[in-house]
Design a protein around this ligand. Structure first.
Ligand code: SF4
Length: 250
């Protein structure tokens, strides 16, 4: 397709959580630098399907438009990725857009990813600080530890890694690689380490690290290049050690 040629976009639409999904097709005029978010804006300016029927603008989530907020994750030609960084010129045509399948649909391409935030709470992925009196300086973090932790801190909770994981499905409660990687991050922090045992306890039961079957798809779709398989292996080791020492402690 020439940069300014017409291309077709097929979008799986759904008016609400309980409504039946249906496909709509749109013809879009190509331009240099066009991304999927701009396609949605084009449709909003003229919400008419390819066969001439008037329709509504597409619902989707987006915020930063520079692959930092994680909100615009969706299936683009069957692959979970961010709409803001998906350039039309690099995509096979017709372009197929669907909501992530592992999360409840709110409307069209907007999904409810609150399960991820609930699991971050369940695994205590934060550092508790008593703010009622001055605590002084926290422990210093060695530069080597900072370098190890920084890549993990780049998670944008987009959900791509859960979407691609065969163990995240309606029959399992597996928390997924993103949450396990955050447990690793907070356990390696000098202050966060004080509560490492509680985080590992949360990953020992149903939906925890044992539910990972090492498919290693997660690491391939992470837009932030987080070493997820390393995190899964590290937490597997921590959980095993925690289980053995717990048994010895009686
Ligand atoms: Fe997205 Fe990567 Fe975080 Fe998974 S680990 S939620 S793919 S940023």
């Amino acid at each position: 397709m020439a940069a300014n040629g017409i291309f077709i976009v097929r979008i799986l639409r759904q008016a609400g959580p309980q409504e039946k999904p249906h496909w709509e097709e749109f013809e879009i005029r190509g331009r240099t630098g066009l991304n999927i978010i701009t396609v949605f804006r084009d449709i909003a300016e003229n919400p008419v399907t390819r066969d001439g029927r008037g329709t509504t603008p597409i619902s989707y989530d987006a915020n930063c438009l520079e692959e930092i907020c994680g909100a615009c994750a969706m299936l683009i030609n069957g692959y979970p990725r961010q709409a803001c960084s998906a350039l039309v010129a690099n995509l096979e045509k017709p372009i197929r857009l669907e909501p992530l399948k592992k999360f409840p649909v709110v409307r069209d391409l907007s999904v409810d990813r609150s399960v991820m935030f609930e699991n971050l709470k369940r695994t205590k992925c934060w550092i508790p600080i008593d703010g009622t009196y001055p605590l002084g300086e926290g422990p210093r973090m060695a530069p080597e530890l900072q370098e190890k932790g920084y890549p993990l801190s780049r998670c944008i909770t987009c959900g791509n890694c859960l979407e691609i994981c065969p163990r995240v499905n309606e029959h399992s409660h597996f928390v997924g690689a993103a949450i396990i990687s955050q447990v690793r991050l907070f356990n390696m922090h000098p202050t966060g380490a004080m509560h490492a045992g509680e985080r590992l306890d949360a990953l020992m039961g149903e939906g925890g690290i044992e539910d990972c079957d090492n498919a290693q798809n997660c690491v391939k779709v992470c837009p932030k290049g987080i070493p997820l398989t390393e995190s899964l292996a590290a937490i597997n080791g921590q959980v095993l050690k925690h289980a053995v020492t717990g048994w010895l402690r009686g």
